[in-house]
Design a protein around this ligand. Structure first.
Ligand SMILES: *Cc1c(COP(=O)(O)O)cnc(C)c1O
Length: 401
């Protein structure tokens, strides 16, 4: 169960039917959460927000005072984030960067490039020579490092240490460091190392990963007699959709990063979470359109569906939700209602995949009642297939702005 703030509850109940469904972002809650995250981190750990989790301009702006910059992973995000939060440091990552995207990033003066392959390194070097001949472009090669077996056993989206299209294979690390330090590419500077190895980790696992990434990076630099200025240990801090109240332990993580930092006082550490920063501030609110009985089970069809909130379909979970009884029933015919205890909440799409939450305790749920789905502030609207079935788009509301 996840409990909406009073402001979210009031809006859920007061929006006219025709303005549902709607996304509601509680920016006051976001600011409070981001401030707590920032406060839990040692001063010398930099915090970037991974814009792909939710690039809403209001969200990027609300995070501004608490982050040191933003990580973008496409030319589209680069352009969008540079306009939404002008002048803030950007790191440009992501696989398959095109020459046009790299030129745009160079012209914008992005602070750091997370380089995903040797091909990309050669391309960046040549484009930097042409576009910014007087600059030295900061490069952090991204490595797909093996992470301690076991530490990622229950990570839902492990990307590191197994075959993936992300980052450079560690077997290429010495070659890449040589290219960046032997004068081959004078327009590039080896600033550090980047790794983003998994999503959905708890604090102890994240710390184990961060420790092994930093140790590996320092050994790599040592072999070449160079000093790294920074190591970016990535994002992937877990959000538990089955226990929304059980948040990532930022205090333990911050304390662990402080210990890690003490071992390498020269090194700047950076993290780039997305989901764990913004998931909690977003709500998808709607009404029950119909309640149906089918072969012994009950279904409530809500206005909207997974074409707006694809998260439960992609991750295979039940989206946490809060139900609100509405007494008013404006029609002369009987009001559909659930007879049993458990009701599956589905959307308006003509596909059995359009399930938002299975077997939710909802005795007596009726058409016209309202629902607020929580944890909809990250990888929600922006990953959804909006045009499928051509239903209207939701409204967007920003509370506390
Ligand atoms: C997606 C991504 C992130 C953010 O991941 P979360 O799970 O949202 O914290 C950070 N860095 C990179 C390179 C990513 O691809």
């Amino acid at each position: 169960m996840t409990v909406p703030t009073d402001a979210v509850r009031d809006l859920t109940l007061s929006l006219p039917r025709a303005e549902l469904p709607a996304y509601v972002y509680d920016l006051a809650a976001l600011r409070a959460h981001a401030a707590a995250v920032r406060a839990a981190l040692p001063g010398r750990v930099e915090l970037h927000y991974a814009a792909k989790a939710n690039p809403e301009p209001g969200i990027l702006d609300a995070l501004g005072p608490y982050v040191d910059g933003y990580e973008v992973a496409s030319g589209g995000e680069l352009d969008h984030v540079a306009k939404a939060v002008p002048g803030r440091p950007l790191a440009f990552g992501g696989p398959g960067k095109t020459p046009a995207e790299i030129v745009a990033a160079l012209e914008l003066g992005v602070a750091r490039f997370h380089v995903e392959s040797e091909h990309e390194l050669h391309m960046l070097a040549e484009l930097a020579r042409q576009v910014v001949p007087d600059a030295r472009v900061a490069v952090l090669p991204r490595f797909n490092l093996p992470v301690a077996a076991g530490s990622l056993a229950d990570s839902s989206l492990a990307m590191g240490g197994r075959p993936t299209p992300f980052g450079l294979d560690p077997s290429r690390a010495d070659t890449v460091v040589r290219l960046l330090t032997d004068g081959t590419y004078p327009h590039l500077e080896l600033r550090g190392v980047h790794a983003h190895l998994a999503s959905g980790l708890r604090a102890p696992q994240q710390l184990a990963v961060a420790g092994s990434v930093v140790d590996w990076a320092v050994r790599l630099a040592g072999r070449h007699g160079v000093r790294l200025a920074e190591v970016n240990v990535g994002g992937g801090m877990g959000v538990d959709y089955t226990a929304p109240g059980d948040r990532f332990d930022w205090a333990a993580y911050g304390a662990g990063l402080a210990r890690l930092g003490d071992r390498y006082p020269e090194l700047l550490l950076r993290i780039e979470p997305g989901r764990a920063l913004t998931a909690y501030c977003g709500w998808y609110v709607t009404e029950v359109l119909d309640v149906k009985h089918s072969h012994g089970e009950e279904f409530a069809v809500v206005r909207g569906g997974t074409h707006h909130l694809r998260t439960p379909a992609t991750k295979g979970h039940d989206q946490p939700c809060t139900l609100f009884a509405v007494e008013e029933w404006p029609h002369p015919w009987p009001r559909p209602a659930a007879h049993g205890e458990l009701v599956t909440l589905t959307g308006q799409l003509c596909t059995p995949k359009d399930v938002l939450a299975r077997r939710v305790p909802a005795p007596g749920l009726r058409a016209g009642d309202r629902v607020a789905f929580g944890l909809a502030g990250a990888y929600a609207w922006n990953i959804s297939h909006h045009d499928f079935l051509m239903h209207p788009r939701p409204g967007f509301h920003f509370l506390g702005s």
